[in-house]
Each structure stands twice: as structure tokens, then as C-alpha cells.
Ligand binder design. Structure first.
Ligand SMILES: C[S@@+](CC[C@H](N)C(=O)[O-])C[C@H]1O[C@@H](n2cnc3c(N)ncnc32)[C@H](O)[C@@H]1O
Length: 485
């Protein structure tokens, strides 16, 4: 195998990471992406037995057209003009689309947010493709028609619309079962990698013979098989499947193995910029391709590390070696270059919380995470980020008020500056949360300060808030103990 870049897992927004990889001169032979869709579904780990509350779902409603989304869209339409590798007609089309959707309904603006989010990342992916490289975008039929227009404009060479058909879809009585996803396959050029010989399927009985004699090629080798259809039938991962890792959006490894085998050369590089629990990576490992995976969620990265660790097959060992790389910013200087919204998002994600997309500024909740309170009880920890010079004991009082309002058991305050002694005292005065932990040797009790303060510098240095296990941690813990949730 060519020693391309070492296999890597990045934790961070693929937008930033793609820029770094392009700068490094790395090129992908196959990009497969399965990004979050344009819906309110929750794409992070779902805890079996109840799922998430309506409030948490609202929290994840990531396509709301917030002030930040408006600002990003505005900046993007300005920069798109400077991109030389995008046709002018497409630039004009995008600008017109922005104008129409922005003036439309709330739903239109959500769609705009989603489309801009995808467009700015796809533009980077175009530059990241190797000369014969291809890109596959996996989405559901609610998004595919919009994405196809964008991909036509950016990549130009449409190869196939691959239908992943899962006959085990759930069935209602009011309409046909929704039993397929769409994988849009594109390249920059007419010449692209297609390992046809590796994916041939047998002819139906009788067919081979007919071709064989009609062509008058008696004596030649029998054809090895035919080119497969663009419809791939593989069941989706069911709740009892051994492959299942608790990710609602996890795709079957068999599907990814087919795609990687078909489109990535033997010594090539596969990149998944939204890699979730690492299905593409697992496929690349099995097929001995080089790989890079990116995910914004720390839980996803931990999950992938576990998954690779479990691929114990000795002959795969070499390809299981990898580095985990935390995304920017690594220094306070880089951090200071972010705008306040970006700072807020980055800090919350870095501590493995979920950012609040509402960014209303008045609720005081910038992020949250779900924490275990013992038994089947769950609670939450909320976070408030105060960037710049903000620091005063009043902030602790406000956080206590917000915790009461939001019924949160714990609160984390993040400051850009050091907290005063008085603030620390006021935080301690909020008291302790006791957590009982069942261990093999009985019940252990742990206590956590209900209000904790961290500075952005401490977070950059890798410090975390200390709290009872989160949903994702509990799930991982239970899987390790062999008790699948
Ligand atoms: C639909 S899931 C991918 C599932 C994956 N195909 C699998 O089989 O596990 C989308 C993933 O994208 C991640 N994500 C969302 N926004 C991201 C971003 N800006 N950069 C990188 N990853 C992101 C989410 O954390 C989630 O794990």
C-alpha cells in the first residue's frame, strides 16, 4: 500500500479541516459523505428506551435561520464570486436562490441555511478531489433533488444516482413505505475511477450462454459477470444487529464496502467528512485503502476509536493505525480569530456539549448535555459562555436563575478571563450534586459541584467540566459490559 498520509480521524467541523487538508496538498480518490439532513431529527446518539425529549429535539433543530446563519450566508455569497473553479451560471443561480429563499417563509429560510451549509463544504470538496477522484453524497429523498442541483453546478460530471434499497423499512398504512436512500455520485472530469471488475455480478442463468454463442466467440473465456445495477439492495441496520453501534444514522458496512471497492483504487485514499460512528473507515480498513475520517462530535470520535479497536483481525492491523487530531483552534491566538458565535459553538462542542442553535442571547443557555442522575433518572447540565471581558459575580446569579428556569441540575460558566475569588465562592455556594454509582463491589457515591467555571484557555488546554456520565458515555459503558442498549 502506498504510504500516503497516515490514516487520521479529525474531531472538528469538516469545513475547517478540508481547508487544512487542501493546504497540505492531500487529494482524495473517493469522498463519501452522509451529512445531517434537512430535518429536525436528532443525529447524535439516541439513547434506547425513550429517546430525547421534545425540548432536546428543539435544541438540535440545527437548521433554524439564526443571525449567525444569515451572516455566514451573506459572507458566502460574497466569496463565491472569487472562486475560479465554479461556473458563473452556477454562481448567479446560487445568488438568486438565496434571495428568493431569504424572502420566503421560515421553512424556506431553514432550507436556505441547509443548502448554504452544504454548498460551502461541497465547493471545498471539489478542490480536494484527486484527478480521477469521485464524490458520493448520501441523502434521503427529501433532500436529494436540491443537492443534485448544487452538485451539477459544482462538479459538473454526474455519474450515477445510486439507490440504496432497504426492504426492511417500517410500513404504515397511509402511503408507500419509505425504503430507499439516494447516493449522488459525481466527478470533476469525464474520466474517473471505476473498478468494474471488482464488482461484477453473475448473469442470470441462460444469459451468458446466449451472449457467448451469438457473439461467435466460442473458445474464449466466459465473461466474468455483468456490471451491477444502480439499485443496491441491502437491509438497513436493525436494532438487534451485531453491527449496530447505537447511531441512528449508521449505514451498513456492506453498502460502504461495495462503494469503496467500486470507486477507490487499491492504493487510494477514502475520505468521509461526516463519518459518524466510522462505517466508511471500517470499510476502508477491511479493503486496505488509506482513510481520513472527520466528525464534529467528540462522542462520534470516541465511538470510531472503539470500533477500530474492535477490528482485531491481525492482517488488518497495519491499516488500523491512525492519529486522532483535534481541530483548530489550538492556541488562544487562533481562538481569538473566531467571531463570538464561532467561539461559543467551538467551546460547547469541545466540552462535548450540544450548542443551542437559537443564539437568542437572552435565554442564557448556550449549550447543554444530558447527565445521568442514577437508575433510570436523567437530568441536564447547561452552559453559559461569556466571551470578551465579561466577568462578574452577577453571572453566577444569572446562571443559577437560568438553571432553576430550565430545571437543570448543573451549570457550567465559560469565561475568556479568569474568574474572581468572589465568583468562585458564589459558584461553590450553589452546592453539590450527589451521584450514586453501582459498581461490582457495591454502591459508590460521587459528588459534583453544581456550578463550575472554566476559562476558554483551560478548555483549549483540554480541561473539561466534571459531571456524572452523559447519555453517550453510559451507552458506551454498557456496550463494553456486553449489555447492548
Ligand atoms: C448522518 S451522520 C453520519 C453517519 C455515518 N455515515 C455512519 O454510518 O455512522 C452525520 C454525522 O455528521 C457529523 N457532523 C455534523 N456536522 C458536522 C460538521 N460540520 N463537520 C463534521 N461532522 C459533522 C455528526 O456529528 C454526525 O455524526
Amino acid at each position: 500500500m502506498k504510504s500516503l498520509p497516515p490514516n487520521r480521524i479529525y474531531r472538528g467541523d469538516c469545513k475547517l479541516i478540508l481547508k487544512d487538508l487542501i493546504q497540505e496538498g492531500i487529494k482524495a480518490d473517493l469522498i463519501y459523505l452522509d451529512p445531517p439532513f434537512n430535518s429536525n431529527r436528532v443525529y447524535n446518539m439516541i439513547f434506547n428506551g425513550g429517546g430525547l425529549s421534545a425540548q432536546q429535539k428543539a435544541f438540535h433543530d440545527m437548521w433554524n435561520f439564526t443571525e449567525r446563519a444569515r451572516q455566514l450566508t451573506f459572507e458566502f455569497t460574497k466569496t463565491i464570486d472569487q472562486l475560479n473553479d465554479i461556473p458563473t451560471s452556477f454562481k448567479e443561480f446560487i445568488k438568486a436562490w438565496v434571495k428568493i429563499l431569504e424572502a420566503g417563509s421560515t421553512e424556506d429560510r431553514k432550507l436556505l441555511n441547509y443548502l448554504m451549509y452544504m454548498t460551502e463544504r461541497l465547493v471545498l470538496m471539489k478542490r480536494f478531489l484527486a484527478p480521477r477522484g469521485t464524490i458520493m453524497l448520501h441523502c434521503d429523498p427529501t433532500a436529494s433533488h436540491y443537492i443534485k442541483v448544487i452538485m451539477d453546478g459544482i462538479f459538473g460530471n454526474f455519474i450515477n444516482e445510486i439507490i440504496w434499497y432497504y426492504p426492511n423499512a417500517s410500513r404504515g398504512k397511509k402511503m408507500l413505505a419509505k425504503s430507499h436512500d439516494v447516493i449522488l455520485w459525481y466527478s470533476n472530469d469525464k474520466i474517473f475511477n471505476f473498478n468494474r471488475d471488482d464488482i461484477l455480478v453473475p448473469y442470470e442463468s441462460g444469459m451468458t450462454e446466449w451472449r457467448y454463442t451469438k457473439g461467435g466467440q466460442a473458445g474464449k473465456d466466459m465473461p466474468k459477470g455483468k456490471t451491477p445495477d444502480d439499485i443496491i439492495k441491502i437491509p438497513s441496520i436493525n436494532p438487534m444487529s451485531k453491527e449496530r453501534r447505537g447511531y441512528e444514522t449508521q449505514k451498513p458496512q456492506e453498502l460502504l464496502e461495495f462503494l469503496v471497492k467500486m470507486a477507490c483504487p487499491n492504493n487510494g485514499l477514502v475520505v468521509d467528512p461526516f463519518c459518524g460512528c466510522g462505517t466508511t473507515i471500517a470499510a476502508a480498513i477491511v479493503l486496505k485503502r488509506n482513510w481520513i475520517g472527520v466528525d464534529i462530535s467528540g462522542d462520534a470520535v470516541n465511538e470510531i476509536c472503539d470500533r477500530i479497536g474492535e477490528m482485531k483481525d491481525i492482517h488488518l492491523r497495519d491499516n488500523c493505525k491512525f492519529n486522532v487530531i483535534e481541530s483548530n483552534p489550538e492556541t488562544k491566538r487562533e481562538y481569538n480569530r473566531l467571531n463570538p458565535f464561532e467561539k461559543q459553538d467551538w467551546l460547547i462542542r469541545k466540552i462535548n456539549g450540544f450548542p443551542n442553535p437559537r443564539k437568542s442571547g437572552d435565554s442564557g443557555v448556550d449549550g447543554e448535555k444530558t447527565i445521568h442522575l442514577g437508575g433510570d433518572q436523567w437530568g441536564k447540565m447547561i452552559f453559559s459562555v461569556k466571551t470578551g471581558k465579561q466577568s462578574s459575580p452577577v453571572l453566577i446569579r444569572e446562571l443559577r436563575g437560568t438553571m432553576a428556569q430550565e430545571k437543570a441540575e448543573m451549570g457550567g460558566l465559560i469565561l475568556d478571563v479568569e474568574p474572581s475569588k468572589e465568583m468562585e465562592e458564589k459558584a461553590r455556594a450553589a452546592g453539590i450534586l450527589n451521584y450514586k454509582l453501582k459498581t461490582s463491589s457495591g454502591i459508590a457515591e460521587q459528588s459534583f459541584e453544581r456550578i463550575q467555571i472554566l476559562t476558554s484557555q483551560e478548555i483549549i488546554d483540554g480541561k473539561y467540566f466534571i459531571h456524572p456520565p452523559t447519555l453517550a458515555q453510559k451507552k458506551q459503558e454498557q456496550r463494553h459490559s456486553g449489555n447492548l442498549l
